[in-house]
Design a protein around this ligand. Sequence first.
Ligand SMILES: N[C@@H](CCC(=O)N[C@@H](CS)C(=O)NCC(=O)O)C(=O)O
Length: 316
Amino acid sequence: MTVPHSVTQSVLYIYIYIYIYIYCTWGEIVTVGVGGPGDGYPVLGSVGDFPSRLVLHSFERETTVGGGLGAAECAKQKRSVRWCAFGDKKVEVMPGKPKLYYFDGRGKMESVRWLLTAAGVEFEEEFLKTREQYEKLLKDGVLLFQQVPMVEIDGMKMVQTRAILSYIAAKYNLYGKDLKERALIDMYVGGTDDLMAFFMRFPFLSAEEKEKEHANIIQKATSRYFPAYEKILKHHGQDFLVGNRLSWADVHLLEAILMVEEKKSDALSEFPRLQAFKANISSIPAIKKFLEPGSQRKPVSGDKYVETVRRVLRMY
Ligand SMILES: N[C@@H](CCC(=O)N[C@@H](CS)C(=O)NCC(=O)O)C(=O)O
């Protein structure tokens, strides 16, 4: 616990105090950790009890902090609360889970489900089933470009799949250790995205178009994309695509490999390093669990998914 000893120190603390008060009033912060242990401690406690270092540190990184309350009370608030300050101790509390707004199917949200899972983050979902649900989101002004996916995370309502994924990757340390690693991850994710784009369109094609596209997907996967990733893995001889540790690029590639295998089960037969890669990434506990039945992973999109998307988005 920090106690001011001099007039200068007291003035400094009062200044910080006023700053926080203004910040709380204007910003998103609703509660600031200032007190000692126990529920019912004043939200803005006495200056002498104020763990300024901790609070100021958090200001640089968080929009909402909890404190001045017991841990149980903080947890009850569930408002993007990251930690509570008790004297000079910082207690982590459960942050609100990200909430995903999309259809009950893969589409553009599936990669977000994969990445959150790989990061070990639990999430909630609201599935759009009716036009009214979608119109409510539009009316509430939460879909910046009138499109889903939308993800509520850390007090933001994020749209644009790529931005959502980059944020999660950066936040959970799945985005490389420096700019060069990040550039590689972006490149590899970009390639995988191009391959996945074929799968996004696929459910919406006619039976005749599907037949042609099926052959095209296998051809593109096995003659353009898989050889590229096989080469990368062979070149550095490591288990992961970038930096010898798990990144967004690995998670994304595994998702794509499994999609291709759903169309052609022996699609990896010519790619020994990708086979080992698949086994390795699939055995990461969180991912292994995600691949088991009953997880939040979505099945191959069928007619029901297509019909819902068309109805909700009025795609006729
Ligand atoms: N660039 C956006 C595209 C999102 C998008 O096309 N979403 C579709 C559903 S998968 C949508 O909401 N369409 C409604 C519309 O464009 O009016 C992203 O990647 O998130």
